[in-house]
Design a protein around this ligand. Sequence first.
Ligand SMILES: [Fe+2]
Length: 329
Amino acid sequence: MATQSSESLYVDSIGWKDIPRDDPSVIALRNKLQQHNGIKGLDILSPTDTKRAVELFDRDGFVVIADFLKNDQVDMLAKGCEETIKEILALDDDREGNRGSHRYSFGGSSLTRSRLHPPAWQMLLNIPELHQIVSAIFRSSDYMLRAASGDFCLPGAVNYQILHSDTSDRTSNPFTKFFSFHDPRGQQTVRDLPCPYLAVNFLPQDVTSLNGPTRQIPGTQNSRARIPNLEEEPEWMRLSTVCPAPAGAIMIRDVRAWHGGTPNISEAVRSIPNLEFYAPWYREPVTPGISYQDFKKLSEPAQKVARFHVADSSEHLEVGSILNNIFKS
Ligand SMILES: [Fe+2]
């Protein structure tokens, strides 16, 4: 099993801008989370449990598979995340984040809306077993890449992110062009469908009760109920987090399932870079995120799913980080 690989980001200056790490409220929260945080009886599968993984994904809206990445892949991913994090944090001395204080979207902070240009994310897209499990879930290999993204939170991210779903019906949000589904008869919503797109998060470090595990509410992917806000949310949902999960694991999420960020009151960054895929029958607009030269180096399955993300061979793809990106990711 790979070891914790983000130790070089264990530096005092990187987080804890809002509140001291030894504030009494932080100490109380730390004690509570150490005792109670985490989904009880969380199933963590092995890479050969494909049939069970599909069952749990369909039932719960997410599934965790350990030992998915090899040690050298974990190391490459951790280093790639660290480089990108440093690039982003150089733009944000106050750690205001772009998903709340101390919280950042990798894709949402990229000029291309995606992190398909760093080699670490390209490495993920080349993993053959990734395409096997995504094909099994979609029951087809004709899915396509939505984005290379994910998120990270810094130590000192003491607040809970509101529970939310990553997609909704076309007409419910006039501020984004990225939602596609609309039933003009008013009979069906995106929540009544099979999974329209999923996210595969890769763990470059252990995820623990203290470093901002994803809060995931099992079985909510098809719920039409209104998602509770922070005041309404019951305590069991606050503690319904996907931990402990080891470095090298993946978490596959139906993005409709209710989820949210939780406090990182550890001493290190917690990253969960991801790849997102549209079901064969679902599409939203995508923008170029990889140069033609890099695209040609990808594996055949990777090229197939990323074929709408490649820049023209005559074009220069501008890449970099920005924190007030108008795109929603
Ligand atoms: Fe989300």
